[in-house]
Design a protein around this ligand. Structure first.
Ligand code: ADP
Ligand code: ZN
Ligand code: ZN
Length: 729
């Protein structure tokens, strides 16, 4: 149907693979603006995707937009990228777009946006003034004293008195105080830029030499000066006409230390960060600074790849192998891969850096047809810093409390020398499972097919998958035995064992539970540097990003489950984790040592580690992958299904499998399987793995397949999702 009226095609957050038509109101509009629209009985936010004169719906039935916001949030470049992402990951365009709109805008709270204020004393605020205030105005006195003492933020006033706003109003009426927007203080003290070594110089020269799109992989051991290379590269790019640089880092690496390093190096430049520790307001603020071109340097985690950056001249991805670049729900994108497409679209260089490349990047960088610029940093940047010695220690049933004699002795040596040790363990909570030695009963979650984890400090049993939380059981439900025992070793258990072995040492446990906030991380950093801590016990949270100069011993407790995992990426993850952990030791001029406890000391993973040779390891793993046609040689996707009733999940996945088989001869469709957690949060789960030699064949199949899946009659009884290039199984 055609008419003269302009129809707005609006992208909204609903799981339907199309745009929605609306009539314009009287306001002017353009593509990329966001609008408030009536949707059913609700008012929601959408983004104008395009404008047309055509609609399949009769104009009399179309509704008008309620409000058009003047801010254009996505430009043509962003739409191009988002279209690609929607098609490649087979995720509805509306949901794709709305996944990357700052949540503050989505909630339509734009108008309510506030800054935090900081209050300062004017000359009228004196001790005399405070003293003449009536005694009973105790609260005003307190607030006035605080502000006279030093400039005070709103959030601090809240801690002083409850009704601080009233007090402020009164003091303002007396003209005793004034306010301004609070901006966190930044340390701009000048730092010296080190003189690059010859390897670093070569890397920078090679990257700057080529113009336009070029992917480079900097393969540099920990401490080889990769970050220094990024800094000097960025400096080069920012020297030209209006330019912006984007640096993506794993969430855990975006520490105040790293931000400081950038701030200090670029005192005259505007730097903003984008990560999940920011409030919605801060995030929107920083996002807008990037979009308007005000920010010169944008440093962020995975989602930052979708920030509009009009003068973007270079993208850098630190720790490119890190799994956190892959989004694991909703829009399941890989930020590194999206970044590659974005760089190509706008013809700019992209630089990946890591000590342990993903096998995909390693393959791209080392293959004969030279897809990437392959650059190496083989020396540690700080003089005399040496790589740690890596050894394996056999553990078996006779090893007491999970810690070998050798490890205990080595820790003792460190304590005597006032050096530090890190005990690395890849699990959370105390003893994963409650176990009955008489009848072998174990504590299982009723909603999930996983075990409940014992949390000793709170004396509770918790499911780490669905969050189920209950009181500890003291008697076996199946045989009434009163002697239930925890199985396995968790960080808390190791902490207890260490405490008993080293009663005088200061031991600190670090895991997801204790390092949620950035503040606790920076406190940890400080305490380590002051040598307040002797032994750190940690999970993977500690594996990256930190530099502890007095840490000279790393003990790795428990790696064997990763060696024999059904997930074909597990050895790769283990290797990079161990390599990173090893990098933690001996970074200044004291030689470090790494002791890996294992029941399988002959596993080839450890050969590469002992020689600090990633190439050895990569070669053996790539051979395996090639034989099995797995990435980077083959291309894969997973269809995941869950339903309240097993029969629906089963019927859906079986039909999906059958249909996929009928669609293509060049794609292997495996049998549907139950994932390792068969039931999650009350939902029965299945998954189906498909694999092809060529990316194009896989994409062709997926395109037809999703149409079928979307229209399948059972589709509303199940929840399904497609994961393209999955990294977890
Ligand atoms: P990476 O990012 O590879 O771990 P960094 O860039 O953080 O390495 O460098 C490790 C340490 O060496 C840092 O303290 C850094 O300041 C220092 N460094 C880097 N390059 C040089 C250089 N050319 N000369 C002296 N020190 C350097
Ligand atoms: Zn029992
Ligand atoms: Zn559960």
């Amino acid at each position: 149907m055609s008419n003269k009226q302009q129809i707005l095609k609006v992208a909204i957050n609903v799981p339907i693979h199309r745009l929605f038509d609306y009539l314009a109101n009287d306001e002017s509009f353009s593509v990329g603006q966001y609008v408030t629209i009536p949707f059913g009985r609700r008012k929601i936010i959408g983004v104008i995707y395009s404008v047309s004169f055509h609609s399949d719906i009769h104009p009399s039935k179309l509704k008008k937009v309620i409000n058009v916001d003047p801010e254009i949030i996505f430009d043509e470049e962003m739409f191009k990228l988002l279209n690609f992402v929607s098609e490649y990951y087979h995720y509805p365009i509306g949901q794709t777009i709305m996944s990357v709109v700052p949540s503050r805008l989505k909630k339509n709270l734009n108008q309510l946006r506030k800054f935090e204020l900081i209050y300062q004393a004017t000359p009228k605020l004196t001790n005399d003034f405070i003293n003449q205030l009536p005694i009973r105005q105790l609260r005003i006195r307190k607030v006035a004293e605080a502000i006279l003492n030093k400039d005070t933020r709103q959030s601090d006033l809240m801690k002083i008195v409850s009704n601080w706003t009233e007090c402020i109003e009164q003091l303002e009426a007396f003209q005793c105080i004034k306010s301004k927007k609070y901006e966190p203080a930044i340390d701009f003290s000048k730092v010296d830029k080190p003189i690059l070594n010859s390897e670093q110089k070569k890397v920078i020269k090679d990257i700057l030499e080529k113009k336009g799109y070029q992917a480079s992989l900097i393969f540099g051991i920990t401490g080889s000066g990769k970050t220094e290379v990024y800094l000097q590269l960025i400096e080069n790019f920012l020297n030209n006409s209006k330019s912006q640089a984007l640096i993506l880092v794993p969430e855990i690496n975006l520490t105040p230390q790293l931000e400081n390093r950038f701030h200090k190096r670029f005192p005259g430049k505007k730097l903003v960060s984008l990560h999940s520790h920011l409030t919605d307001v801060e995030r929107l603020d920083n996002w807008r600074k990037a979009k308007s071109g005000v920010a010169d340097i944008i440093i962020g985690t995975r989602l930052a790849i979708f920030t509009p950056i009009p003068f973007l001249k270079v993208i850098i991805i630190d720790e490119e192998h890190d799994a956190s670049f892959k989004q694991q729900d909703g829009l399941r994108y890989h930020a590194r891969d999206v970044a590659m497409v974005r760089a190509k679209n706008i013809n700019i260089p992209i630089v990946l850096g890591t000590a342990t490349p993903s096998l995909e990047s390693w393959h791209n960088a080392t293959r004969i047809d030279f897809k990437y610029n392959f650059l190496k940093l083989t020396q540690r940047a700080v003089k005399d810093a040496q790589l740690p010695e890596v050894r394996t220690v056999l553990v078996d049933d006779k090893t007491k409390h999970g810690i070998s004699r050798l490890l205990v002795d080595s820790i003792n040596e460190r304590l005597e020398r006032k050096e530090q040790s890190l005990i690395f363990i890849n699990r959370r909570g105390f003893a994963p499972v409650l176990f009955c030695p008489l009848c072998s009963w174990t504590s299982e979650c009723k909603k999930c097919s996983t075990k409940l984890v014992v949390h000793r400090k709170t004396n509770r049993l918790k499911c780490h998958h669905c969050g189920h939380d209950q009181k500890m059981i003291s008697q076996c439900p199946s045989c009434d035995n009163l002697n239930l025992r925890p199985l396995g070793l968790g960080t808390q258990k190791i902490e207890e064992v260490l405490n008993s072995f080293f009663p005088k040492a200061t031991i600190l446990r670090v895991d997801r539970d204790t390092t949620r906030s950035k503040k606790s991380l920076s406190l940890l950093y400080e305490r380590m540097n002051n040598r307040d801590i002797d032994i750190l016990v940690g999970t993977q949270m500690l594996a990256k990003g930190h530099d502890f100069p007095f840490l000279t011993l790393v003990g790795v407790i428990d790696t064997d489950n990763a060696l024999y995992s059904p997930d074909f990426r597990a050895p790769e993850k283990l290797f990079s984790q161990l390599m990173q952990v090893s990098g933690r030791s001996g970074r200044s001029n004291i030689k470090g040592e790494v002791l890996i406890q294992t029941a399988f000391p002959n596993n080839p993973v450890f050969d590469g580690l002992k020689k600090h040779d990633y190439a050895i390891f990569a070669r053996s793993l790539l051979n395996e992958r090639k034989q099995m046609n797995l990435p980077p040689f083959g291309f894969t996707a997973i269809l995941r299904v869950e339903a309240k009733y097993l029969k629906y999940a089963e019927r859906f996945i079986n039909s999906a499998a059958k249909h996929a088989e009928s669609l293509s001869n060049s794609v292997i469709v495996y049998d549907p399987v139950r994932p390792s957690i068969e039931k999650l949060k009350g939902f029965e789960r299945f998954q189906l793995f498909v694999q092809a030699d060529a990316r194009a064949d896989l994409q062709k199949l997926l395109r037809k397949w999703v149409i079928y899946l979307r229209e399948y009659p059972l589709a509303n009884r199940v929840k399904w999702s497609l994961d393209v290039d999955p990294i977890e199984f």
